[in-house]
Every structure is written in structure tokens, then in C-alpha cells.
Design a protein around this ligand. Structure first.
Ligand SMILES: NC(=O)C1=CN([C@@H]2O[C@H](COP(=O)(O)OP(=O)(O)OC[C@H]3O[C@@H](n4cnc5c(N)ncnc54)[C@H](OP(=O)(O)O)[C@@H]3O)[C@@H](O)[C@H]2O)C=CC1
Ligand SMILES: CC(C)CCC[C@@H](C)[C@H]1CC[C@H]2C3=C(CC[C@]12C)[C@@]1(C)CCC(=O)C[C@@H]1CC3
Length: 345
């Protein structure tokens, strides 16, 4: 039977590589590329259809950082499909990244050097801002928009006699110390990316606790360090190309330098092949590439606390209520305004 697979942020990088791999290695898939830029989405679809003639590839407009867009997209999904087998929550941003060169040089001569290359701990900060919904943009895009999407699609994800999967593209940069439950949007810090990814790890655990009994299973992956538009925003692409031999060398010491989107999508594809009951809800599944270029997936236990994950889940539900109320007030205002215009004409 045909499996419905939705991938957010599917027009480039790891998301696009996942789509390519899914179509190459599995038949009977209906792929839905959920993207904010339809021109780029169309280009990705054409590229996929060139190498997989006859494949079923749909497009869906989704700006995961906008509440209105998420609600409209979810409505569209509900009219198109009767069930969802896989929802890959892959879209993500890291705006205005800054590398701390001093910390990098210091780290090079410390015992922590391998961990620094694997997780970027202490190296990266970002500048975030409020979006038009009044939410912090990184939180809204990397976490809340995806949460809202799951909530809206629950009727398709939680069906009797059917198992559905959601898979979060998290990061090795997810760190407990960057997250504060009293500031879940990370309004006051300089590591919104790390905070949002840690929050996605916790949310995945909470979703498993809340929804496994209804047939919904959630997993988290880390793609490793991959050359994509996201990393080209940290250092320019010519610089990465220049230091590529060094990166291959580093890969001998840390298998987290997956480097290509194909390698980075390893764990995402591996999860597609696994039975959900065999997976550990507390594990993050890492895409890894050995010094000789072999890809494999390995689970690592996440540093998360059950109580905090439950608290986060409750806070997200509360924020959802607030956001929905605000939206319906705006809609009512617009309606009243429209009526006023009609009457005065
Ligand atoms: N590259 C790396 O080393 C690592 C990446 N990751 C994670 O992997 C995921 C994929 O990133 P990657 O492939 O590297 O980078 P890319 O920038 O290539 O891909 C990100 C994708 O997300 C989309 N996107 C961003 N914002 C939105 C939005 N508001 N609505 C819908 N789509 C959106 C982008 O669309 P558009 O083209 O329109 O911008 C793009 O398709 C991210 O979650 C990232 O955090 C995790 C660890 C390491
Ligand atoms: C000589 C070079 C190898 C210098 C590269 C230094 C840093 C720019 C990188 C070292 C570890 C990298 C890393 C990421 C970005 C680039 C580094 C900081 C990520 C944060 C990218 C996004 C993620 O989600 C995780 C990555 C961890 C490792």
C-alpha cells in the first residue's frame, strides 16, 4: 500500500537528500514536499522527477514559522490525504550565526577538542528576533510551527489500527544548558538554535508518552555536520571548500563530520526502515560517516528530564490556545472591517 510521507524544508540540503533517498530505495511512496518558497519547491520536484520518472511527488505551501500558514497547510493536507505515515519535521533556521574565534582557538588546544568539533559547544551564538506572530523566529520555525502542525494533523496521525511517525531533525548542538523552561522561546539568550533543538528533543519524548497509545511515534535524529545553505550561512561556501581536506582529516577522529546531505540523511532514512516499537524514545539517532566514508546510524541516549519535557508540552499547549485565540480575534476584526467597508460603499 502507498505510504504518505511529508517532509518540511524539502527543497534543499538534508530534506531534499532524504526525498532523493526515499524515492531511490523505496517504491510505493507518495511524497509531499512542504516548502515556503514554491519556486524552489517546484525546482526540487522537477529534479526528483528527472531521476525518478513516474514518482508521486506533491507540493504543499508551508511557512512553518507562520501560524496562519501552518493552519492553512494542515487544512490542505486533511483534504488531500486520509492518513499520514511519516511526517519529517526537518525545516530549520540558524539566523545571523557568529563563531567565537577565540573560543575556537582555545578549544583547539584543549582536551575537549573532539567534542567541540562534534557539538560546537561554546562556539556559536545567533541573533534572533520577533516574527509577525509575536514569537521568537527560531523557536517558531524550529519548534512551535511543527508542534502546531502535529496538533492540527492529529486526526490523520492518530488513527486506530494504524501507526504514524514523526521524525525531528535535531542537532548535536542541542544543549540542556541553553534551554530555560521559564524562557522557552529563548527571548533572553544568545543560543536560540541550541535551545530550540533541545526543546525538540524534549518534545519528542513527551509526544511518545502522550501519543504512543494512539499509534503516533516520535523520533529524533542528528545529521552531523553537513554542507548546506545553513552551514554556508556560518562560513562562506568558498571557505568550506578550501578547508575540505582538513574536514576529511577531522572525520578520522570524529565520525560526526558527515559533510554531504546524502550522508546527513542516513538516520532519517534508516528510521523509515525501522519498526517504531523497536526504537528507544530517549535516544537520538545519529547519522555518522567513518574516515573511510561508510555511513551508519547509531543511537545515543539524550540528556533529558521527563518532568521538564512534560512541563514543556503543557506550556506549548497553553501557547497554542493563546495563539489560536489571537488569530480568531484578528479574523473577527477583519470580518467586521470588511462588513463596515461593504456597508459604507
Ligand atoms: N547542516 C548541518 O550541519 C545541520 C543541520 N541540522 C538541521 O537540519 C535541518 C535541515 O537543514 P539543512 O539541510 O542543513 O539546511 P538548508 O538551509 O539547506 O535546509 C533548511 C530547509 O528548511 C526550510 N525552511 C527554513 N525556514 C522555513 C520556514 N519558515 N518554513 C518552511 N521551510 C523553511 C528551508 O527553505 P528555504 O529554501 O525556503 O530557506 C530549507 O528547505 C534543519 O532543521 C537544521 O537545523 C542539524 C544539524 C546539523
Ligand atoms: C577548520 C574548520 C574545521 C573550522 C570549523 C569551525 C566551526 C565553524 C565548526 C566546528 C563545529 C561545527 C558545527 C556546526 C557549525 C560549524 C562548526 C561550529 C553546527 C553547529 C552546525 C549546525 C548544527 O546543528 C550542528 C553543527 C555542530 C558542529
Amino acid at each position: 500500500m502507498e505510504r504518505v510521507v511529508i517532509v518540511t524544508g524539502a527543497n534543499s540540503g538534508i530534506g531534499l537528500a532524504l526525498c532523493e533517498r526515499l524515492l531511490t530505495e523505496n517504491s510505493q511512496i507518495r511524497l509531499c514536499l512542504a516548502c515556503r518558497n514554491m519556486q524552489r519547491a517546484e525546482a526540487a520536484r522537477s529534479a526528483l522527477l528527472t531521476s525518478h520518472t513516474g514518482a508521486c511527488v506533491d507540493l504543499l505551501h508551508l511557512d512553518v514559522g507562520s501560524v496562519r500558514s501552518v493552519l492553512t497547510a494542515a487544512k490542505e493536507v486533511k483534504t488531500r490525504y486520509r492518513k499520514i505515515d511519516f511526517l519529517y519535521l526537518n525545516a530549520g533556521i540558524m539566523p545571523n550565526p557568529q563563531v567565537d574565534i577565540r573560543a575556537f582557538i582555545k578549544g583547539l588546544f584543549s582536551r575537549n577538542v573532539i567534542n567541540m568539533f562534534a557539538t560546537a559547544e561554546g562556539l556559536l551564538t545567533q541573533q534572533d528576533h520577533l516574527n509577525s506572530d509575536g514569537l521568537q523566529e527560531v523557536f517558531a520555525t524550529n519548534l512551535f510551527g511543527h508542534f502546531l502542525m502535529i496538533r492540527e494533523l492529529e486526526p490523520l496521525l492518530c488513527q486506530a489500527g494504524h501507526t504514524s511517525r514523526v521524525v525531528w531533525t535535531s542537532s548535536s548542538n542541542a544543549r540542556r544548558s541553553a534551554f530555560d523552561i521559564e524562557d522557552m522561546q529563548h527571548r533572553n539568550g544568545t543560543e536560540p538554535y541550541s535551545s530550540s533543538k533541545y526543546a525538540s528533543d524534549m518534545l519528542s519524548l513527551a509526544l511518545n508518552r502522550q501519543k504512543n497509545s494512539q499509534g503516533l511515534f516520535s523520533s529524533v535524529i542528528c545529521p552531523g555536520l553537513v554542507m548546506t545553505n545553513l552551514t554556508y550561512g556560518i562560513l562562506p561556501s568558498f571557505f568550506w571548500t578550501l578547508i575540505m581536506p582538513i574536514m576529511w582529516l577531522i572525520r578520522i577522529f570524529t565520525n560526526t563530520f558527515t559533510l554531504t546531505p546524502y550522508n546527513g540523511a542516513e538516520a532519517l532514512h534508516w528510521l523509515f526502515l525501522q519498526a517504531p516499537e523497536s526504537l528507544d524514545p530517549r535516544a537520538k539517532y545519529h547519522s555518522l560517516t567513518s574516515g573511510l566514508g561508510t555511513n551508519y546510524t547509531e543511537p545515543q541516549r539524550m540528556d533529558i528530564d521527563e518532568e521538564m519535557s512534560e512541563a514543556l508540552y503543557k506550556k506549548l499547549l497553553k501557547l497554542e490556545t493563546v495563539v489560536r485565540r489571537k488569530l480568531s480575534e484578528e479574523n473577527a476584526d477583519n470580518k467586521a472591517y470588511q462588513q463596515y467597508l461593504n456597508e459604507t460603499e
